[in-house]
Design a binder for this molecule. Sequence first.
Ligand SMILES: [Zn+2]
Ligand SMILES: [Zn+2]
Length: 280
Amino acid sequence: MISIQELILRYFRTLSILSLRYLVFAGTLFLIFYVWKKRDFFKLKIQQKYPDNKHILREMGYSFLSIAIFSLVGTTMFILRKHGYTQMYLNFSDHSIGYFIFSVIAFILLHDTYFYFTHRFMHWKPIYPYIHKVHHLSVNPTPWAAFAFHPLEAIVEVGIVPIMIFLMPLHPFALLAWVLYQTGMNVLGHLGFELFPSGFTNGFLTKFSNTSTHHNMHHKYVTSNYGLYFNIWDRMLGTNHPEYTEQFEIVKARSKAMESEEERGNTSLQGSALADEAIS
Ligand SMILES: [Zn+2]
Ligand SMILES: [Zn+2]
């Protein structure tokens, strides 16, 4: 039997780990792209302006609320695992290394599918204003928006975890690998800067990966680009924004033009002037 004290400790432990994960991923990228190297990276900014501080604080507030909810679900999963209701296994030798790799890939692919369809459902007009609109208050998102959800959406988002641990045997390290990949991609999607090279959205394989521009356009235009990790469901169901590739290349071309300017010696003048203008 698990004591109340143990549960409270477990909850705060989960809360600390998940908060730290958010602060490290979102905080590091925010500091680099929005503070320290703001001027250097301005040329890669997808929307050539920065959001007000009040938007950033809202993104952080909702994200921490979501993390508190994720931790509740995490603690509940811990109780269920202790009582043997889940398929989680703790001994690495219970399954092969091949199975371990398969379980991580399956988790990522199933989550991509789960996310696409629950996301589209939350865009359904009768329910959109009550739940998912909170996430779309960020029209020009920053990495802090990664978990900025309405509490009900936070429950939907974390719903993939119980599904997976009831569905197939998973080692905690498989869960950890997914958590790290998920957080990295999620933060990248909300970064607001395009880091992938020109031609990425047309590459033989790379076109199936989503980009920061892809999710940034979802925040800007709302009714297209629903996917999370991969550009598979959006392609299959025709929900990519028609100007996705064009907009991606516009960012790349602008960045190149600004670099040429820099080479001609105008740099910091132009970069700083534009960045300063965008802040004010
Ligand atoms: Zn959405
Ligand atoms: Zn988003």
